[in-house]
Write a protein that binds this ligand. Structure first.
Ligand SMILES: Cc1cc2nc3c(=O)[nH]c(=O)nc-3n(C[C@H](O)[C@H](O)[C@H](O)COP(=O)(O)OP(=O)(O)OC[C@H]3O[C@@H](n4cnc5c(N)ncnc54)[C@H](O)[C@@H]3O)c2cc1C
Length: 235
């Protein structure tokens, strides 16, 4: 990201949206988020600081950040690489290995990326499997929902299949209602798409969770999280 331009990082992981410096009342140019790593609060990591910089360079550059001048660096940054399968080729729409029926994959190994996405993927996999075990026809989540879009990403053949977070690009595009000519503004469009997702999700869920009432509550929360993740990723 840094190679794309001087300003890129300030608009990416270091975007200071909603943060005001209480000592000056000003919004900072960029911020660094420290995430506590251990219960005793003796170690923190820098969120979004995957880097190919050499260790000596990291030592110099990171200590230039105000507040980190004397930080003791326990582990330097590196670039992580996900291990994932070529899902469009290797998995069925129900996330079952084509080559090994009866074995299902869920989470990051399928090519979704992120906490919420990985949990949502496992959730969808379990629901579809439950349907199958009940002897019912499997009804995958609609492509108009974030959950359906996420699974759609895993079924879209590509020469170079890569992991992805949930983004609006995975959700079925918004279609103008018949007879309407004016296209909605981008933000309005996403609100319409989110409302449509909730409506379609609510229509889909009872069929897959019949007899699993507790699941319905979790699913609704999971969807709301995933929708906000999509909104966040695309803003
Ligand atoms: C440095 C870093 C920062 C990240 N930051 C964010 C973030 O801020 N927000 C976000 O949404 N996502 C983030 N991610 C991505 C997120 O961590 C993953 O997408 C998510 O954790 C994947 O969940 P998962 O359950 O599919 O896999 P994992 O969390 O990887 O869980 C897989 C589990 O399986 C275990 N396992 C592996 N092999 C075996 C075996 N043979 N037998 C038994 N157990 C095994 C592993 O030990 C592990 O506990 C980050 C990832 C990294 C590496």
């Amino acid at each position: 990201m840094a190679e794309r331009g001087l300003e890129t990082l300030a608009h990416g992981p270091m975007k200071p949206v909603g943060l005001v410096d209480p000592t000056t009342g000003r919004t900072p140019y960029a911020v660094v988020q420290l995430r506590q790593e251990d219960h005793a609060a003796t170690a923190y990591n820098l969120v979004g600081f995957q880097t190919r910089m050499t260790y000596p360079a990291q030592g110099v550059v990171f200590r230039m950040i105000p507040g980190l001048e004397t930080a003791e660096i326990m582990r330097f940054g590196s670039v992580h690489r996900n291990t994932f399968v070529d899902s469009p080729k290797m998995l069925t729409p129900e996330l079952e290995l084509r080559a090994l029926p009866g074995v299902y994959l869920a989470g990051q190994v399928t090519g979704v990326e992120g906490y919420v996405e990985s949990a949502a993927c496992g959730f969808a996999c379990a629901l579809m499997l439950a349907q199958r075990l009940r002897g019912e026809a499997v009804t995958p989540p609609p492509p108009t929902t974030a959950l359906g879009g996420l699974l759609g990403h895993l079924q879209t053949p590509r020469d170079d299949f890569q992991p992805s977070n949930i983004t609006w690009a995975h959700v079925a595009p918004w279609e103008l209602p018949p007879g309407t000519k004016k296209r909605p503004a981008k933000r309005d469009k996403y609100e319409l798409m989110a409302a449509r997702a909730l409506e379609h999700f609510d229509a889909w869920l009872p069929g897959v969770t019949a007899g699993l009432e507790a699941v319905t509550v979790v699913a609704r929360e999971c969807l709301a999280e995933t929708v906000s993740a999509a909104a966040c990723a695309s803003c």
